[in-house]
Ligand binder design. Structure first.
Ligand code: FAD
Length: 460
């Protein structure tokens, strides 16, 4: 491993922007939003920095970086927006960060077919605003839209607030380019559909930078709908709200945005004078009909003021400031997303909530559901934890949640990825044969283990 010559060659032969001496620059890349790192940041505890940073500006430069890293045996960690919540983009002291944020072009590839060509380092909010200015939309709205790049979102298998109507990130990408660890550029042109493509696309979907570096994305976009109806209801209980949402989906009505909050999050978000669970959402285009509103009225019952919906909608992404305020007041915030079949969602929710609250130091455990499928839901827990106990009970919290979920037949993850936290649960969930297959894929694509990331933790 000859890092000094790696950097010298990057600069002198290829003129690629890179840093390895200036500590203040290295420090900027020392963390993402993993609570254990936010904790250190808030408490001013030193966090190790990566060995160096490389900032390519073109796909060709990415390829050159990978070839050189492979030649010199340099471990690389891909960095998008650094908004991951499980430490995936956090590099060790011997690793070099490859920052994709300069690959940020946004342009039409084929306007008639509604396909946009986007550099993988473009922030999702910039893509959305570029589209909105022309009357289009991506309808991929993760809560981290302002701080996440499209490449990062693909590599963590992201899910947004409009997923029930428009699907998740994997439903929106028609073609992709990625560089392999050996420095070959795989170019998959955008087409509506094609067999064999999922295998090649799958190499980088959800593999958290450990099998390839995404450089270019062909995104399927929509004309902004002319018509929409917003709704918000109060239901007696979270259990009842889940049951009614199940019936709605069974009717074949998938609101473009649908979210139900448990009683605790309902109280926290909406300050109601009655105990109950809030269900809210948006029907767009052809779904925005009187018939569908009648169906919602029948299923969900008591309508609330639309002003409450607007208040939630307009502030729904203002969460980072809130997280920091809580941390500064002595409470850490952790979020855990799970995949739960309809038949098990209530038992998973009840069992996790009661058991996790038994752990000394866990102050609150609340949940909402924001992703609805024919077979089940994406269930999302938010916990507040006494900051001074965070480290000592962290594993206990994750063990409790993940093992209960799996015991009931759910999956221990939905859209945040594996990062530095979930390896052991996902190993158990997948089973040894799947892990062995993944390990052989990793060895074949990346024999020198150049690309570090989620999968690397899984198969080590
Ligand atoms: C407040 C908050 C709210 C959030 N809400 C949501 C939400 O609603 N939905 C959701 O899905 N997620 C959400 N997240 C999680 C986070 O935004 C996602 O995981 C996001 O996908 C990370 O994108 P990023 O560009 O910041 O990637 P990073 O954090 O930089 O990296 C994440 C992982 O992807 C890899 N990676 C990054 N770019 C590339 C690339 N070009 N090629 C290959 N690998 C790459 C990294 O190596 C790392 O393993 C939220 C996070 C926060 C802090």
């Amino acid at each position: 491993m000859d890092k000094v010559n790696f950097f010298k060659k990057l600069r002198m032969v290829y003129s690629i922007e890179s840093y390895w001496i200036d500590k203040s620059i290295l420090k900027m890349y020392s963390r993402d939003y993993w609570p254990l790192l936010v904790y250190k940041h808030v408490e001013n505890i030193d966090i190790e920095s990566p060995y160096g940073i490389v900032i390519p500006k073109t796909e060709d430069e990415v390829v050159k970086v990978l070839r050189l890293a492979s030649e010199f045996g340099i471990p690389l960690r891909v960095y998008g927006g650094g908004s991951g919540v499980l430490g995936g983009a956090k590099a060790g002291e011997d690793e070099v960060i490859i920052d994709l944020s300069r690959l940020n072009w946004i342009r039409w590839y084929d306007k008639r077919s509604r396909i946009v060509d986007v550099g993988s380092g473009a922030y999702m909010a910039e893509v959305e605003s570029w589209l909105n200015n022309q009357g289009y939309t991506s309808r991929h709205y993760p809560q981290s839209i302002n701080v996440a790049t499209i490449g990062g979102l693909i590599s963590t298998y992201s899910s947004g607030q409009y997923s029930t109507g428009y699907g998740n990130i994997e439903d929106m990408i028609l073609g992709i380019h990625y560089a392999t660890p050996g420095g070959e550029l795989i170019k998959l042109k955008p087409v509506p559909r094609g067999n064999i493509l999922p295998i090649l696309m799958g190499v980088v979907f959800g593999s958290e930078g450990s099998l390839g570096v995404i450089t270019r994305v062909y995104l399927s976009v929509y004309k902004k709908p002319k018509k929409s109806i917003k709704f918000i209801y109060l239901i007696d209980s979270f259990e009842k709200a889940i049951e009614q949402a199940y019936k709605l989906i069974e009717y074949g009505v998938y609101p473009h945005l649908l979210r139900i909050f448990d009683e605790y999050e309902s109280m926290l978000n909406f300050g109601l004078d009655r105990w109950g669970a809030v269900a809210l959402g948006i029907l767009e285009g052809g779904l925005a009909s009187k018939d569908n509103m009648r169906l919602l009225d029948k299923l969900f019952g008591k309508k609330l003021q639309l002003g409450l919906f607007e208040k939630w909608y307009n502030s729904r992404n203002d969460v980072i400031r809130y997280i920091y305020t809580l941390f500064k007041s002595g409470l850490a915030v952790e979020t855990v997303e799970l995949s739960a079949p309809w038949s098990k969602v209530i038992s998973i929710y009840n069992d996790i909530r009661s058991r996790v609250l038994e752990i000394e130091g866990v102050k609150t455990a609340t949940a909402h559901i924001g992703h609805f499928y024919n077979s089940g839901v994406g269930l999302y827990f938010t916990l507040t934890i006494e900051l001074n106990r965070l480290k000592s009970i962290y594993r206990d919290i994750w063990d409790t949640i993940e093992y209960i979920c799996m015991k009931h037949g759910g999956a221990p993850l939905h859209h945040h990825g594996i990062g530095k936290v979930r390896g052991k649960y996902v190993r158990e969930f997948l089973g040894i044969n799947s892990i062995n297959l993944l390990a052989s894929i990793k060895r074949t694509i990346d024999p020198k283990n150049i690309l570090r990331g989620g999968l690397e933790k899984l198969v080590q």
